[in-house]
Design a protein around this ligand. Structure first.
Ligand code: HEC
Ligand code: HEC
Length: 316
């Protein structure tokens, strides 16, 4: 009886700590911030229905998007490589093939009209002394809202319905953040070498490393600091922090240089799953091992029981 009472007291305090004290302490240490499930209600809804055909003409013409961005899925390469881009803009403008799926359409429309507002970077680029490298679309002579809606419609029309987790990460975060565990640096995936003798591949790797270092130097100048490697960020920060931060970086880090990236909820899920996958690469192997371990214990228990019985049989 005494043992049972001790157990009850123990269980009581364990549960109290788990459900009462720990969450309370957490809520005191982390401020809770507004979170809207990646709905950008501070931005106006699209007033016009876009026409993808007209949008294509604008994106490739008056919109000037191709002056800085590539659209690989349409066979349109970027006008310059990541290093030259970082030297002129501070950062490499992302490929636009997937943005129609990854990013919210209100966000995209505002980004074209007024990038600094969409990206929530008004505190960094005042438009008088400090200018954001992507210009606001001035209009092509017609109804500007219609033209913007047309370009968004075009970007949506060419984007695949399903973007891979890896692409979601490289397009929305990869120009600023490396991911060591995923072999990603801001300029691309690290070339693989495995020989222990020096080959041309090692020369490629060295060149790649030099280019990465140069890119990172330009990026750090543009951002004020080098954005952190995201390999284990998903484990270091809570789930709640990650989603509120990506939805609105300023809500967690006031005055931060990281822009609001404008992901849709699904887009964010993709990025998150990529970070989980690379941050904990042995997870699936570990989970696959589980049933085997349980199976081992079941068989072991049965054998032990049989053995015990056979010994006791002899004693009686
Ligand atoms: C003069 C160069 C330039 C032009 C022209 C330009 N962009 Fe950009 N764009 C950039 C740069 C640089 C960035 C990255 C800025 C950053 O991350 O701070 C960017 C970022 C973007 C992003 C990513 C935003 C995000 O949330 O991650 C999209 C989408 C985009 N541009 C679309 C367009 C479209 C559509 C057009 C044409 C209407 C266009 N851009 C025209 C330079 C340009
Ligand atoms: C245009 C560059 C840029 C892009 C794009 C970008 N980030 Fe960042 N990020 C930064 C910078 C700069 C910092 C450092 C912020 C600071 O310390 O103020 C940062 C910091 C972070 C942090 C650390 C916050 C902390 O607690 O210190 C996380 C997590 C993060 N970014 C996640 C992401 C994710 C996820 C994406 C893509 C969905 C992304 N970032 C896209 C520039 C960027």
């Amino acid at each position: 009886m005494k043992e049972l009472k001790i157990l009850a007291v123990l269980v009581f305090f364990t549960l109290l700590t788990y459900w009462g004290i720990e969450p309370f302490a957490y809520s005191k240490m982390h401020k809770s911030v507004a979170y809207t499930d990646f709905v950008y209600s501070d931005l106006p809804a699209l007033a016009k229905v876009g026409d993808a055909k007209r949008g294509e003409v604008l994106v490739k013409g008056a919109g000037a998007c191709l002056g800085c961005h590539g659209i690989k899925s349409q066979g349109l390469l970027p006008p310059m490589g990541p290093n030259a881009a970082a030297a002129s803009f501070g950062v490499n403008p992302p490929d636009l093939s997937d943005v129609g799926t990854l990013f919210d359409q209100r966000f995209l429309a505002e980004l074209i009209k007024n990038p600094v507002k969409a990206l929530m970077l008004e505190h960094k680029f005042d438009g008088k002394t400090k200018f954001f490298p992507m210009p606001a679309f001035a209009g092509a002579g017609g109804d500007k809202n219609q033209e913007v809606a047309d370009m968004v419609a075009y970007l949506k029309s060419i984007a695949p319905k399903d973007v891979s987790a890896k692409d979601a990460f490289t397009v929305s975060c990869g120009r600023c953040h490396a991911n060591r565990y995923g072999d990603w640096t801001q300029i691309g995936f690290v070339p693989k070498t495995k020989s222990n003798i020096i080959t041309n591949k090692d020369v490629d790797l060295l060149k790649f490393k030099i280019k990465t270092a140069e890119y990172q130097a330009d990026l750090a100048k543009y951002m004020g600091k080098l954005p952190p490697d995201l390999s284990i960020m998903i484990r270091a920060r809570s789930e709640d922090f990650m989603k509120t931060f990506v939805e609105n970086p300023g809500s967690q880090l006031k005055g931060t240089a990281m822009p609001r990236v404008g992901l849709t909820k699904e887009g964010y899920k993709k990025v998150k799953s990529y970070l989980e996958e690379t941050g904990d690469p042995s997870k699936s192997a570990r989970e696959a091992l589980g049933p085997w371990v349980i199976g081992f214990f079941v068989i072991f228990t049965i054998l032990a029981l049989l053995w015990k019985r056979s010994i006791w049989k002899e004693l009686h």
